[in-house]
Design a protein around this ligand. Structure first.
Ligand code: FES
Ligand code: FES
Length: 161
């Protein structure tokens, strides 16, 4: 089996994987980074979103063997260096952007990618960007509010729901 090395959350990490091993599987089962969730087998739920070379990707859709030398960021690397929640994570907590939390790693990673490309998105742009992330609990308004707050903008009023 080929040995694949990636820089994950700022650290070089290696694992031997089969050619068919998905990035999500390598992260969870080989490297024990279980913050990346797997919620479907149809590439629809977005619970598995990580960043590969700075871009948000569904880690259940790419083979780890194609990523030797890549830079990968996962939810485990998102907190501030002192261990406190980063601005997006804190906003999810403050604005009830999660209930069971299963979708949350993917939501936070998608939100981070959105705000990197579009630091002041409209509510409509947030909703459109999150099309690939499914949440069964929140009804999405708390998630949208969290992302708007994390971008330093007013949180949409309840009447806008
Ligand atoms: Fe990747 Fe659902 S586990 S999209
Ligand atoms: Fe439960 Fe989103 S908080 S699936």
């Amino acid at each position: 089996m080929p040995k694949i090395t990636m820089n994950i959350n700022g650290r070089d990490m290696s694992a031997e994987v089969e050619n068919r091993t998905l990035l999500a599987t390598m992260l969870r089962e080989k490297l024990h980074l279980k913050g990346t969730h797997v919620g479907c087998d149809t590439s629809q739920c977005g619970a598995c979103v990580v960043h590969v070379n700075g871009k948000a990707v569904k880690s259940c859709t790419i083979f780890a063997s194609e990523l030797d030398g890549a830079t990968v960021d996962t939810i485990e690397g998102q907190a501030n260096t002192d261990g406190s929640l980063n601005v997006i994570q804190q906003a999810f907590q403050d604005h009830h952007g999660l209930q069971c939390g299963f979708c949350t790693p993917g939501m936070v990673m998608s939100a981070a990618a959105l705000l990197k490309d579009n630091p002041k998105p409209s509510e409509a742009e947030v909703r459109e960007y999150l099309e690939g992330n499914i949440c069964r609990c929140t009804g999405y308004q708390g998630i949208v509010n969290a992302i708007m707050a994390a971008s330093g903008q007013d949180v949409p009023s309840v009447a806008a729901e």
